[in-house]
Design a protein around this ligand. Structure first.
Ligand code: MG
Length: 159
């Protein structure tokens, strides 16, 4: 039997850098504001994994007010989500994602993000898809106020 899960996240941007996205440091003149490392893509994938097994959401497992998670590397959150999925008797089939970011262009970083996310998830790179959109100059994405990410995962029952 299969299960699907959906996840979404958004983080405010401020001048600085690098931009942490998909367990990757991207050279940029902006950075994400967040209690942890502000990795919107990793957080969206976490929520998708948790959602697929009815396992709550990332804020439940890693409360944003908890000092333990201040500046935390989101790889820790992904590893825990994968552990919860395995504990429920499932494994990842594939994950498809879309990032909303005005600049910098993500195309040159897409493969590095896929590799880093696959490593964090313990899966094959072929099973991790990363797509990117700009905000067409309008709204919080287009006006460079925020970065957002969406993710859908498919799981299959082990055994
Ligand atoms: Mg987040």
């Amino acid at each position: 039997m299969n299960r699907i899960g959906e996840g979404y996240d958004i983080h405010r941007l401020r001048p600085g850098g690098p931009l942490r996205l998909g367990c990757t440091d991207i050279l940029a003149d902006i950075e994400a504001v967040g209690h942890s490392d502000g990795d919107a893509l990793a957080h969206a994938v976490c929520d998708a994994l948790l959602g697929a097994v009815g396992g709550g959401d990332i804020g439940q497992h890693f409360p944003p007010g908890d000092p333990r998670w201040a500046g935390a590397d989101s790889k820790v959150f992904l590893a825990e989500a994968v552990r919860i999925v395995a504990e429920a008797g499932y494994e990842l089939v594939n994950v498809d994602t879309t990032i909303g970011l005005e600049t910098p262009k993500l195309a040159p970083h897409r493969d590095a993000i896929r590799v880093a996310m696959a490593a964090a998830l313990g899966c094959d790179v072929a099973n991790v898809s990363v797509k990117a959109k700009t905000g067409e100059g309008i709204g919080p994405i287009g006006e460079r106020q925020a970065v957002e990410a969406r993710a859908v995962v498919l799981l299959r029952k082990v055994g």
